[in-house]
Every structure is written in structure tokens, then in C-alpha cells.
Design a protein around this ligand. Structure first.
Ligand code: HEM
Length: 191
């Protein structure tokens, strides 16, 4: 309970009114009233935002986090949390909303499109990514944020423990959408 309250307090520092407006714009742009090609473009841009941000942040935080300098750790942790607000959440919104819009238009509407293998697999992979992100990555990142928030030296051992946990879950959360790109492009018959 205390951990959840701490996390909510830390999140409040990142989710700004500007981000909320940006989310509303993305939702409006993804309403199922636009042409198929528009939804496909936004869907692919969502994949680029999600996977691109995950890879860039993994390199940034690993380089800074396993190094000795506390100022770099502070900058990198802040960038990772901001990156989630500006790339991960928009990426998932774009993938899900435009994926559903396209599936409804071309693959029989809900729930019929769930019977199409590559769509069911895409939904499962995106849900897996979201669960790992929300249940493992975000709490770890927010713990790193609190550890680096104060002015004094960062507890290096505690930071390293969090960073290793973040790297393991981050790798899983990056591989799942990459697999989804392959499945979505090849559209194999899976079962
Ligand atoms: C991490 C999750 C996902 C990723 C990375 C992803 C990626 C992609 C990519 C790269 C394409 C373009 C492939 C092509 O045009 O050949 C695509 C197409 C598509 N995706 Fe996804 N996708 C994901 C999840 C979803 C979900 C959850 C849905 C539906 C609920 C969905 C529905 C579709 C549809 C309907 C198409 C168009 C297929 C067609 O051209 O007929 N995707 N996706």
C-alpha cells in the first residue's frame, strides 16, 4: 500500500497537462472514422515509438546506470520516466486503437477478428508488454527515481539491484513487441 502511494506521488511529477492533451489528440486521430491507410500509418508509428523508445532508453540507462557518476544516473532515470509518458503510452494507444479500427474494418468486427491468428497474437503480445511494463518496469523506474531524487550520493548497491531488475523485465518488454512486428508482417497461421 505504501509502495503504491509512493509510486502515485512520483508519477504525478511526470504526467503533465500537456501530455494529457497529447493523449486526447492521439485518441481523436485513432477514432474508427478515418481511412484504413491512415490507421495503418498510425499503427506502425505506434510500434516505432514503443520499440524505439525501449531500445534507446535501455542503452541510455545501462550506460549511465552501471557507470560511477550520480549526475548521469539522475538524468538517465528522469529521461526513462519521461520517455514512458511521451513514447510508451502514446505508442500503446496508437497500436491498440488503430489495430482495433483496422481489424474491425477488414477482419469482421469485434469479436470475429479475434479468430484471426495474427490479430489474436498481436493482442496477446501487446497485453503481455503492457502487463510487464505496468507491473514490473514502472514500479522499478519509480523506485530508481526516488533513490536519485535527493541531493546526496546515490546508494550505488541499491541502484544496481534495481537496474538489473529493470534490465531483465525491460528485455522481455522489448522482445514481445518485436515478435509482434514479425507476426503482424508475416501473418502466419498459428493454430
Ligand atoms: C505490440 C503489438 C503490435 C505491433 C508491434 C504491431 C505491428 C504491426 C505492423 C508492423 C503492421 C504492418 C504489417 C503489414 O501491413 O503487413 C501491422 C498491421 C496490422 N495490425 Fe498490428 N501490431 C500490434 C498489435 C496489434 C493489435 C493489438 C491489433 C488488433 C487489435 C493489430 C491489428 C493489425 C491489423 C488489422 C493490421 C493490418 C493488416 C492488414 O494489412 O490487413 N495489431 N501491425
Amino acid at each position: 500500500m505504501t509502495a503504491a502511494i509512493n509510486s502515485l506521488q512520483t508519477v504525478r511529477g511526470f504526467v503533465t497537462a500537456r501530455a494529457a492533451v497529447a493523449y486526447l489528440v492521439l485518441i481523436a486521430a485513432s477514432l474508427p472514422i478515418w481511412p484504413f491507410g491512415w490507421h495503418l500509418a498510425l499503427h506502425v508509428l505506434g510500434a516505432i515509438a514503443l520499440i524505439g523508445n525501449a531500445v534507446v532508453m535501455a542503452v541510455l540507462l545501462s550506460a549511465a546506470g552501471f557507470g560511477p557518476r550520480d549526475d548521469r544516473k539522475r538524468t538517465a532515470v528522469r529521461a526513462v520516466n519521461r520517455g514512458d509518458v511521451w513514447f510508451t503510452v502514446p505508442g500503446v494507444l496508437l497500436l491498440l486503437l488503430n489495430g482495433i479500427a483496422m481489424a474491425s474494418a477488414r477482419y469482421g468486427g469485434f469479436p470475429d477478428f479475434l479468430g484471426v491468428d495474427f490479430i489474436a497474437a498481436g493482442l496477446a503480445l501487446l497485453s503481455g508488454t503492457g502487463i510487464v511494463w505496468a507491473a514490473r518496469l514502472v514500479p522499478t523506474q519509480l523506485a530508481m527515481q526516488r533513490l536519485t531524487d535527493g541531493p546526496g550520493p546515490v546508494d550505488a548497491a541499491a541502484f544496481r539491484r534495481l537496474l538489473i531488475r529493470w534490465s531483465v523485465w525491460g528485455t522481455i518488454a522489448t522482445i514481445l513487441p518485436i515478435v509482434a512486428v514479425v507476426v503482424m508482417s508475416a501473418k502466419p497461421e498459428l493454430w
